[in-house]
Design a protein around this ligand. Structure first.
Ligand code: NAD
Ligand code: WQD
Length: 340
């Protein structure tokens, strides 16, 4: 079986746009569907600037069956990479229905149409959040997935189950569940990167906004964790590595594997203070910070075992956090108001 054309839902978003670039660079054709609820149409022109190819784009909600059916009728593709979804943990606690409706609704519509049009390969953007509060690190793919700690995470657990059940009923379907750890960084051109609305919740975009003077200082959420410097440890993966991981996964799906699950991380944990130091090293910009009480719901340490992805996908993260900080800062400096 040969995968050539790929439907990329959420393909104008942070991870989706980098993946579309990698797909094009690796000889695939990408068809993007995005409702632009958290991204800009101008991303398409930026992808063209980088690759020389303007990807086919449909502005549509993946949960809208009629609109999505039109895409399936017009376009032919052999695989889907499903990035579309809402992803803000805090917002999902405040608006659980919106999260369940959007993330589950879009996935159900998509899977239904894949069956109807006999599209037999799907890569799903899952998250390390499905492991809930880890009993031990590094996290391996066989660790229990029971309940996430917030509605956003629960949508990922549920969609994983929906895809697993679909695999049982539809034997020809190949499913890759990719559990991302903490994606950071940006395209080295400075044309594409993370563009959060409002005050960033995540560490990297917050540090970037401090660096360009948009925020006064970083608030470090707790320094009393059982970690070497007391601050929280995470597995930060450069978005370019993550995007490469999707190309490697498509190649895996060509082997007709049924259901596969991979952690996409670096395997290396970095603390908040180490991230501050990496950023200062990469950019020469000082990041002032204060130590604050721990953030509700945070765990001390969370990082991936990457052996399975390395062995089966022949993929491994190449960049380190200093590279990612340099690229994120470059994007932030060139786009002080985000992607316009
Ligand atoms: P993003 O918000 O930048 O991209 C998601 C894209 O999906 C956006 O362009 C948005 O407009 C679109 N979208 C949302 N709902 C849609 C719908 N119903 N129909 C059509 N388009 C829709 O987010 P991202 O960081 O690129 O994340 C991509 C995927 O990876 C998400 O599913 C997210 O949950 C998952 N993920 C992200 C992280 C992270 O930290 N960034 C970590 C783990 C998993
Ligand atoms: C990282 C570390 C904070 C901000 C989240 C989601 C997860 C996944 C990735 C989608 C923690 C500390 C942060 C700040 C800080 N997304 N921090 N000051 O919480 O590991 O993961 O994004 O699936 O589901 O929960 O990432 O970047 O928010 O935090 O000290 O202003 O930085 O306490 O130790 P997190 P993060």
């Amino acid at each position: 079986m040969n995968i050539k054309r790929v439907l990329v839902t959420g393909g104008t978003g942070f991870i989706g746009s980098e993946t579309v670039i990698k797909l094009i660079e690796n000889g695939y054709e990408a068809v993007i569907v995005d409702n632009l609820s958290n991204s800009k149409k101008s991303v398409l022109g930026r992808i063209e600037k980088i690759t020389g190819v303007l990807p086919t784009f449909y502005q549509a909600d993946v949960a809208d069956e009629k609109a999505l059916r039109e895409v399936f009728e017009k376009e032919k593709f052999e695989a889907v990479i499903h990035f579309a979804g809402l992803k803000a943990v805090g917002e999902s606690v405040e608006k659980p229905i919106m999260y369940y409706q959007n993330n589950l609704g879009s996935s159900l519509t998509l899977i239904k149409l894949m069956k109807e049009f006999n599209v037999r390969n799907i890569v799903f953007s899952s998250s390390a959040t499905v492991y809930g509060v880890p009993e031990r690190v590094p996290l391996v793919e066989t660790d229990p997935v029971t309940h996430a700690t917030n509605p956003y995470g629960e949508t990922k657990v549920m969609i994983e189950h929906i895809l697993m059940d679909t695999c049982v009923a539809w034997k020809e379907l190949n499913v890759a569940l990719l559990r991302y750890f903490n994606p950071i960084g940006a395209h080295p051109s400075g044309l594409l990167g993370e563009d959060p609305n409002g005050i960033p919740n995540n560490l990297m975009p917050y540090i970037c906004q401090v660096a360009v003077g948009k925020r006064d200082h970083l608030r470090v959420w707790g320094n009393n964790y059982p970690t070497p410097d007391g601050t929280g440890i995470r597995d930060y993966i450069h978005v370019l590595d993550l995007a490469d991981g999707h190309v490697a996964t498509l190649r895996k799906l060509e082997e007709d594997p049924g259901l596969v699950i991979y952690n996409l991380g670096t395997g290396k944990g970095t603390s908040v203070l180490e991230m501050v130091a990496a950023f200062e090293k990469a950019t020469g910009v000082k990041i002032p910070y204060t130590i604050e009480p721990p953030r509700a719901g945070d765990v001390a340490s969370n990082f991936a075992a990457t052996d399975k992805a390395e062995k089966e996908l022949h993929w491994k993260a190449k960049y380190d956090v200093v590279d990612a900080c340099r690229d994120a800062y470059n994007f932030q400096s060139k786009n002080p108001n985000g992607i316009e």
